[in-house]
Design a protein around this ligand. Sequence first.
Ligand SMILES: [Fe+2]
Length: 224
Amino acid sequence: MILITGDVHCPHDISKLKPDNFPDGHLTKNDYLIVCGDMGIVWDGSKHDEYWKEWFEQRNYTTLFVDGNHENHPLLNEYPVVEWHGGKVHQIMPSVLHLMRGQIFDIEGSSFLALGGAKSHDIEYRIEGLSWWREEVFSQDDYIEAIRNLRKRDFLVDYVISHDCPSHVLPAIGSYLERNEHTDMLEKIYQQIGYTRWYFGHHHVNMTLPENMRCLYEDIIEVK
Ligand SMILES: [Fe+2]
């Protein structure tokens, strides 16, 4: 079974995954929970990180996440890169994996394109290297990697998992956030691919959108 949810911002939005709200007794490590970014477990390398990494490792399922803007990207990049289900991941824990940008994974017979990252809108209140990292946005290298992998699949995937959404989707969400170089990069990819469903987080709403897109926050749904 593959489940998917929105931002966790560990520990701020972890309650949806606490056993009282999300009993996982029926799941095994061969089941997956995908988090659409802002995971928040690789933040400062402190005991906070260690506690929550271990917390996810102790769950009955395997946790997969794309990165959001609220991650420590340089620290994330220090984790070992491992080939997993056809794409590259950072192995945070044995069963907690970061789906790297532009990679495509084959899971339970479906393909998943990972497009992490987003542009923070509050950097004036943040400190570079402590609470904000410029690697948060999709780079040209990330884009080249995504296109390189998509080309091998004739630009067709079953699912797209991103943190933010393509620029043209923003008005439909009613987001106060404006388009930026990151959403434009997602837009550029959107224009070139075919997909069955596209899931993303970042906007803190649960909303079904046109073009088979869905924004997730508290909702935990099954990917079918
Ligand atoms: Fe975010």
